[in-house]
Ligand binder design. Structure first.
Ligand code: SF4
Ligand code: SF4
Length: 131
């Protein structure tokens, strides 16, 4: 019983943060087929969504996909159910970051690196690793 409640809480939390309904996904796989980063992920986008649907919190939080996701929106435009997958990925990152996991400590960034790093890469990192 406790396990079931925990699973429902996790699904609800992801849905609240992302404003998406995970049961809308019917696992067609079109998102993964178009994702330019799927080959680098240990579990591709549709599989991460399946983990969420099943309330498999540990599998969702261990997945690399939310960190590889570049929010390019290809998956979202391909989804026949209108699921905003980048927002789901962002919700998973938020759960990590709110637990202080993976947070970017701006004060610890090497000054030399800051001078050389491409501004776009810095902006992307700040948006992904801070909240
Ligand atoms: S494209 Fe949409 S419906 Fe198909 S697997 Fe991906 S999220 Fe689910
Ligand atoms: S938004 Fe993320 S998950 Fe979707 S296709 Fe782009 S990289 Fe892949």
């Amino acid at each position: 019983m406790n396990k079931i409640l925990e699973e429902k809480d996790f699904i609800r939390r992801i849905e609240e943060i992302s404003n998406q309904k995970v049961s809308d996904c019917y696992q067609c796989g079109r998102c993964t087929a178009g994702c330019p980063f799927a080959k680098f992920m240990d579990a591709p986008p549709n599989q991460v969504i399946r983990f969420i649907q099943l309330g498999l919190k540990d599998d969702v939080l261990a997945a690399s996909a939310p960190w590889f996701c570049a929010a390019c929106l290809v998956c979202q435009t391909r989804c026949p159910r209108g699921v905003d997958i980048p927002r789901l990925m962002e919700a998973v990152r938020m759960i990590h970051l709110r637990a202080k996991e993976g947070l970017f400590d701006v004060d610890k960034i090497d000054k030399e690196f800051l001078l050389d790093a491409p501004p776009l890469a810095l902006m992307s990192a700040f948006s992904k690793y801070t909240y």
